[in-house]
Design a protein around this ligand. Structure first.
Ligand code: CA
Length: 225
């Protein structure tokens, strides 16, 4: 799930980026309305979080502009403005939900999940990935193999999701670094190998047909049959 966060306050920006990434979202961050417009045109987002008090323009006018541009992804307004008038105005003018600051992270995440579900009536299928007896519930961020829940860290889940989306195809270490870690880590680290090792320990349990294969010097492949 790709998310666009429009927020000018650096503390909240950093906190949200980290928390949302940990929850499995790929996060683009814009610090003002102009930047947000650019980013929204450059790539498609599944959902947006928009602060109302932006340095260059009001968040509401940004949302109206995005809607004019044909962007229909759900928008969660996150604002310090708490009055009923402000909230009603936000919801009437293109916002799909409204959360006031200060907020609880768990509530923010729950609201995002709801918006994504509401926006996609076929969520039951579109948010599940299945490869052999391995199944990923992308909304609940839960993976099962043979019906048994795998205890994965958020990062392991993202990695497994990437492997599942590419099941049957070879993915290289640098592809994984790029897609899962966003290249923020030096490519010479062994972070991929370490995570694959741990993931394999959880996915390919004792007595099970191994799904994650290593191709020496090339990368990895999740077997689809
Ligand atoms: Ca602000």
């Amino acid at each position: 799930m790709r998310l666009l966060l429009v927020e000018d306050e650096l503390d909240i920006q950093t906190f949200l980026r980290n928390s949302l990434e940990e929850a499995g979202y790929s996060v683009d961050v814009a610090g003002n309305a102009a930047q947000a417009e650019d980013m929204a045109t450059q790539s498609a987002h599944d959902i947006l979080i928009v602060d109302l008090g932006l340095p260059d323009r009001d968040g509401i006018s940004l949302i109206l502009r995005l809607r004019e541009m044909g962007i229909s992804a759900p928008v969660l307004i996150l604002s310090a403005r708490r009055s009923v008038d402000d909230r009603v105005r936000g919801l009437e003018q293109g916002g799909d939900d409204y959360l006031t600051k200060p907020f609880a992270l768990a509530e923010l995440l729950a609201r995002l999940r709801n918006l994504l579900k509401r926006n996609n009536p076929a969520a039951g299928e579109a948010t599940r990935l299945r490869v052999q007896d391995l199944e990923l519930d992308l909304l609940r961020r839960e993976a099962t193999r043979g019906g048994l829940v795998l205890q994965l860290t958020p990062q392991e889940f993202v990695l497994l999701e990437y492997l599942c989306r590419n099941a049957g195809r070879v993915v290289t270490r640098s592809m994984i670094l790029d897609k899962v870690w966003g290249m923020r880590i030096q490519p010479d680290t062994n972070v991929v190998d370490v995570h694959i090792y741990r993931l394999r320990g959880k996915v390919d349990g004792k007595g099970q047909q191994p799904l994650i294969r290593t191709l020496r010097g090339v990368g990895y492949v999740l077997k689809d049959r």
